[in-house]
Ligand binder design. Structure first.
Ligand SMILES: [Zn+2]
Ligand SMILES: [Zn+2]
Length: 135
């Protein structure tokens, strides 16, 4: 199984060759900056299953935070391609998929602590103030 994606201009492309998991929508304030104000639809994969196949994304981590995540952006068009919450895990932004149908849809809504009045959550979707408890 292989999932591919790219930035808006096409200078950066990537491939995911393993399983994806934690399909969710994140309402956190940080995601709002990057998504356009709505929740950020994402899924995760293991870092070993993710590789950049073209281009060199720019890494950014906020220097003012104690444990910042590292985000990667296309240096040409600025598209946010992925986030590494820790070195072994990659958060894939659904908007960058070549075929958005590779995303099965969110299984939960997270960080509803930052929910805005105009955000939508499908009825029946499990909601978590922050992250779901680890099972
Ligand atoms: Zn680009
Ligand atoms: Zn978020």
């Amino acid at each position: 199984m292989s999932i591919t994606g790219r930035c808006y201009c096409g200078a950066c492309t990537y491939e995911v060759t393993g399983a994806t998991f934690f399909h969710a929508q994140c309402h956190c304030r940080e995601c709002q900056y990057i998504s356009g104000g709505g929740p950020n639809y994402f899924m995760m994969c293991k870092a070993e299953d993710y590789r950049i196949t073209k281009g060199t994304p720019t890494a950014f981590a906020r220097p003012d935070l104690d444990t910042p995540v590292t985000r990667h952006f296309c240096p040409t068009c600025g598209t946010h391609l992925n986030t590494y919450p820790r070195p072994s895990m990659v958060v894939i932004k659904v908007g960058t998929l070549d075929d958005p149908a590779d995303y099965p849809g969110p299984e939960s809504a997270i960080y509803t602590c930052d929910l805005q009045s105009f955000h939508q959550i499908h009825e029946g979707l499990p909601q978590f103030e922050k992250l779901p408890p680890r099972g």
